[in-house]
Design a binder for this molecule. Sequence first.
Ligand SMILES: Cc1cc2nc3c(=O)[nH]c(=O)nc-3n(C[C@H](O)[C@H](O)[C@H](O)COP(=O)(O)OP(=O)(O)OC[C@H]3O[C@@H](n4cnc5c(N)ncnc54)[C@H](O)[C@@H]3O)c2cc1C
Length: 437
Amino acid sequence: MASDKVKVFTKAFGFFIPYLGRTAIQRVAAYGHRWSYQNTPDAKNVVVLGGSFAGIELVKRLSETLPTGYKAVWIEKNSHLNFSFNFPRYSVLEGHERAAFIPYDGIAKNAPPGIVTRIQDKAVGITENNQIQLASGDNIDFEYLAIATGSSQPLPVQVTSTERNDGCKELQGVQKTIKASQKIAIIGGGAVGVEIASDIKDFYPDKEVTLVHSRDQLLNNFGKRFGDYTLNALQDELKIRVLLNERPAIPGNFARAASLMFSDGREEEFDLVIGCTGQRPNSSVLAGKYPNTLSNNSRILVRSTLQVFDSTNPQKDLPIFAFGDVADHPGPRMARAGLMQSGVVLDNILAKINGQAPSHTYTPNWFVEGAIKLTLGKNHEVTYTMDNDGSDIMIPDRNGKLDLEIESAWKRYGVDFKQANKGNTERDVQTPAAVQL
Ligand SMILES: Cc1cc2nc3c(=O)[nH]c(=O)nc-3n(C[C@H](O)[C@H](O)[C@H](O)COP(=O)(O)OP(=O)(O)OC[C@H]3O[C@@H](n4cnc5c(N)ncnc54)[C@H](O)[C@@H]3O)c2cc1C
């Protein structure tokens, strides 16, 4: 795997040097924009729905580029960024869950006053005259709309609560239930199922852990080498029982004292069954007014410019873009893909503001956007990615940190972890319903 390290270094160098160059130019331009932007009372709204990996990046960039006469309105139902990468670990490891909810205060903190307004609410539909309908009953006008509402999955992948304290309680409930259960089955051998199974067995070696997967390879959305490496680590190192090619009915997402029926007709009792399968795109905001913008799997149909299109009238020029996991794009369903796509959406919204047709198109860079860092227990991590030509790289590491280096995530979103949690780990950041940044 030494050659993999050389390859990743060469590839990353080729990508990150131009990327860092572009970012530096953007920083300088943002500085100038801060002085030139005027906050006008009649500014038109560019509305961004969703405040996770994809939406946040667009909000940040809009706050650095929107011309006078426009402002960003950012609608997100959660009080904090739910850093879901760490949810499987914090479903097992106790006492860290609070850190997985990152305050939004650092986003656009250097932006010109008035250019971003954040609203904590849920978007439920679109009115006839281009307004977003909110669950609170308010309506928000939009000139342009960018949808990054992602997808939903039950605990332990996501929490249902929109407030940090309640979200923490949900994760604490998962921790307690896992701790109290001796014989545990996890259904779904994707990244979440693998991570949670390996954490349970590594943190609690005496428990009996079974991972059930419907295919003949774990992590079947990635290459075989990755699946085989993972299977070996789970079975031989962690002593997890792995059952492949099994598709038992799931008795509920988080079912206590439940049984599973296997393909040979055998029924087995478990203290706890955790379902880690299936994602539901959060696209219902378009379903009422634009039902034909949704694919068969409920993702939002987009052109290569990420502009939304209506399948019954594809030429219609809708003022709506979609990106990240909710959009039916050709790239990976990964945070980094949403990040790259936010640049495409930004350029195309700015083009429309300037009276031009959107021309920036999205072409996935699988090597960069499809990369995953998978945990296989407390300290064992594997970084894996595949290139557009099908070749792959895999780099295992045995020095992973227990908290998965959450502090660096806070820093990335503009908040100082130590400062925010100084002296009081219970400190919460109050989030009024609408905040002008
Ligand atoms: C355990 C795990 C590990 C992962 N590891 C990696 C990794 O190593 N690298 C990587 O690139 N990707 C990884 N991923 C995938 C990554 O998390 C997703 O691709 C990413 O979250 C998608 O981002 P998004 O912004 O499109 O959507 P989401 O993260 O799903 O966010 C959507 C946001 O929209 C909000 N929202 C939804 N509906 C509404 C509404 N109606 N009104 C208002 N707000 C709404 C939600 O509250 C949420 O904040 C991992 C995922 C998991 C679960």
